[in-house]
Design a protein around this ligand. Sequence first.
Ligand code: TXA
Ligand code: MG
Length: 353
Amino acid sequence: MQLKKTHCWEIDPNQPLSDLLLKEEMHDAAQLLREGGLVAFPTETVYGLGADATSSEAVKRIFLAKGRPSDNPLIIHFGEVHQIREWVQSIPPAGEQLLEAFVPGPLTLILPHSGKIVPEVTAGLPTVGVRIPNHPVARALLQLTGHPVAAPSANRSGRPSPTEARHVWQDLQGRIELLLDGGPTGVGVESTVVDVTGEYPILLRPGGVSLEDLQKVVPTIQVDLGLTESASKPRSPGMKYRHYAPEATMWLVKGNPQNMVTQIQKLIEESNLHGKKVGVLTTTENEDKYKSAAVVSAGSRKQPESVARNLFQALRQFDELKVDVIYGETFPEEGIFFSVMNRLRKAADGKFC
Ligand code: TXA
Ligand code: MG
């Protein structure tokens, strides 16, 4: 792939249109998208890599820049709810209820598309994922662009999703035209994906909206078996790939927080004996308890949102620390920790010890 110059513009994350210069930059970014360029931008979950979803050529460039398999469909992003209706066939009642409760926000709905969207976005499926991010920079950019914008997470395929502009830079510099730097994102894990095309709504990917909160609005929601039983085929194409992965091999360790510490310390000592540099993914509660390892804390067990927010940058930190093996603490599978555990399972390729 021929390298191009990537521009990086700092944008005020709260008031992206507050002064003339910013306004001009945001208009230029929207124009670039309409002309088929690739623009990375912050959302409330992770940074996205945007392209005009009405242009096959622009969308193909996303797959090329990320090294993404072409059978993995993209989510289309809009600035306003009413725009969604133009691009989908219909919105079932459960979809309307979820829109009302959580949108704009970290939720993606899978809906039957109207046929106007280019097939590269949907990987040929009859459905499309739609989302309205709740981030001032994303919303301003989407409103100014006017077109639907296809946007996967702005990382090289397989790498942890970017929660800061520098992560996008590390992965995609020279491969995209523009990066809008709006500072760190808030939620830290990607949007929750819910398929509302069938008899019951189905949770395909846990994310920023918890299952418990979804259940309050649509009590009939089912969890895709592919999320819990590794043997069955996940219904969301993206969920079948190894993902979010640091370079070192990762293992997850089960148990209560105290047992985990004892077991991980043993594993550190064994690995050290084999000459391996060890990384430990932990929380503030346990960060002082390990010896002879590179310890990275993702946040506090008492504040699950902090762990979600810092998880991907913690995984990226292990690459900088150049460890050979990572042992990760695990979390109870409820609330946002369910989403955190889903990402950790993928990062560890399902390996527990
Ligand atoms: O928070 C997010 O959702 C971020 C930001 C940038 O919006 N985007 C994101 O996109 O995470 P991506 O491409 O990294 O993940 C999209 C997921 C994939 O697992 C994909 O397979 C699934 O959504 N998906 C997209 N369209 C689908 C469809 N029609 N049916 C089932 N799954 C779909
Ligand atoms: Mg992704």
